[in-house]
Write a new protein. Structure first.
Length: 79
């Protein structure tokens, strides 16, 4: 695992701390493309942009999971 940007220290079941990893990445380019697609009025462009944004968010979520989620030291999920 790698070092996360932010982590919230929480009490663990056995008294040892457990950390909630928080990553602040956001797919800004994909979101901007979605806004442009909405402005264009083209349903095809909107559909493609929604799919691209969804794929990027899922990729980022997998990357965050793989990099920062390491139970029992962290929660089983990240934000």
């Amino acid at each position: 695992t790698e070092r996360v940007e932010y982590a919230v220290r929480l009490p663990g079941d056995d008294g040892a701390p457990v950390y909630l990893p928080i990553d602040s990445k956001f797919p800004g380019d994909a979101y901007a493309n979605l806004l442009d697609a909405y402005d264009s009025g083209s349903p095809e462009r909107v559909h493609a942009a929604v799919n691209a944004l969804t794929a990027q968010i899922r990729k980022e979520a997998r990357d965050i999971r793989d990099k920062y989620v390491a139970p029992p030291h962290t929660t089983e999920f990240a934000v």
